[in-house]
Design a protein around this ligand. Structure first.
Ligand code: GLA
Length: 377
């Protein structure tokens, strides 16, 4: 068997902007899903996961679509990717997939895209070598949207496939979505921006609150629908087209106006942060912008939780340069930009605050911009 790996991601800034045709700025995490795979000749897909040792899933390729509802939830991600290759006309003679995931699940760090993308690059190499990276992203996302039923945007899969070590990935989602998927031409829609934390004595600390979030649940889909409704009220195809908060005064519904304000200000924050990093400035300069992003997700988009707010407040009080919740929200993790020598103190203060509030003990780890999906051996 050969092995492929695909990473989770953390978004530096640009949350809930991807499905509004906007901008995002993720890095790949040093945490990956490993997929050992080999072709089978008997038309069967067999999937096992090191995290689910008691569940072996065996489904004929020809029955993937029909059997969707009868398989364990986690296996829908790999099976969905196989089904999507088949749906796009690729011949899969059967495949053996052995999964081992180290991306925390439900932490807002994109464990699901890491899983889908690890399987997708394995299948490409084994059965469809002409498939481009661009198409792989499209395919992995279609599998999650269609087979799993998670209405995600393009952020997670793009990050897992395209990110490179030492860089943040700037992605203009509208331009990216408009590119042809059968060629890996970069129309300027994505850019690798050097993101060197060590040189400035900085670290990115992830604080996983342990409150799982679920994209298949209602909150994420409801936010998407509200953004679409706000865009319709303004007569634009997506909130990406709105570049000033003043223009939102025409939305009379206060909730829709707040949702839209988050997206408009968040897109501006992505452009600001990207520009600061491009200029080679000390990344401490992006800290306040990250913290503003948190306030916007908390107050305007209303996807934060008391645990996430407490982690942000404690990190800032302990000297973080900026902190914000990451991912879809309703649980998951906080990202904090900290001086390397303050990391331990920040962790201790966050833990204390959680203990005092009676919250479960958070998990913390330091991350840096790692490589995107690739074959590991
Ligand atoms: C989830 C989705 C992404 C994106 C983020 C919020 O991670 O999968 O497409 O919308 O939430 O930025």
């Amino acid at each position: 068997m050969q092995t492929w790996v695909a990473p989770g991601r953390v978004n530096i800034i640009g949350e809930h902007t991807d499905y509004n045709d906007g901008f995002v700025l993720p890095i790949a995490l040093p945490l990956v899903v490993r997929c050992a795979a080999q072709a089978r000749a008997d038309g069967q897909v067999r999937v096992v996961s090191r995290q689910r040792p008691d569940e072996t899933v065996l489904v004929p390729v020809a029955e993937l679509a029909k059997r969707r509802d009868g398989v364990p939830g986690w296996s829908r991600y790999p099976l969905g990717v196989v089904a999507e290759f088949v749906r796009r006309g690729h011949r899969i003679s059967g495949v053996e997939l052995e999964l081992d995931g180290a991306v925390p699940i439900g932490a807002g760090l994109s464990s699901s895209a890491a899983l889908s993308c690890a399987v997708a690059i394995a299948l490409r190499d084994l059965f469809a070598p002409a498939v481009t990276d661009r198409e792989l992203i499209d395919l992995a996302r279609a599998a999650e949207n269609g087979y799993v039923g998670a209405p995600t945007g393009l952020l997670d899969q793009s990050a897992s496939i395209l990110c490179t070590a030492g860089h943040a990935l700037f992605l203009d989602v509208r331009r990216f979505a408009a590119e042809a998927v059968d060629a890996d031409t970069n129309s300027g829609a994505h850019e690798q921006i050097p993101f060197d934390l060590a040189r400035f004595g900085l670290e990115l600390l992830v604080i996983d609150t342990g409150q799982p979030h679920e994209l298949v649940d209602g909150g994420y889909g409801e936010r998407r629908a509200q953004c679409e409704a706000a865009a319709a009220k303004l007569g634009v195809s997506a909130l990406r087209d709105v570049d000033s908060v003043a223009a939102l005064a025409r939305i009379t519904d206060v909730v829709l106006r707040r949702r839209a304000r988050h997206v408009v200000t968040e897109n501006a924050r992505v452009l600001t942060v990207a520009e600061k990093l491009r200029s080679g400035a000390d990344p401490r300069a992006i800290g306040p912008v990250l913290t503003e992003g948190h306030a916007s997700l908390r107050d305007d988009f209303e996807v934060s939780t008391p645990e996430l707010d407490a982690a942000v407040a404690a990190a800032l009080a302990a000297g973080a340069h900026g902190a914000r919740m990451v991912g879809g929200g309703f649980g998951g993790s906080v990202l904090a930009l900290v001086d390397r020598e303050r990391t331990e103190a920040v962790v201790a203060d966050v833990r204390n605050r959680f203990a005092r509030a009676g919250f479960a003990e958070p998990r913390t780890f330091v991350v840096g911009p790692a490589a995107g999906a690739h074959r590991a051996d």
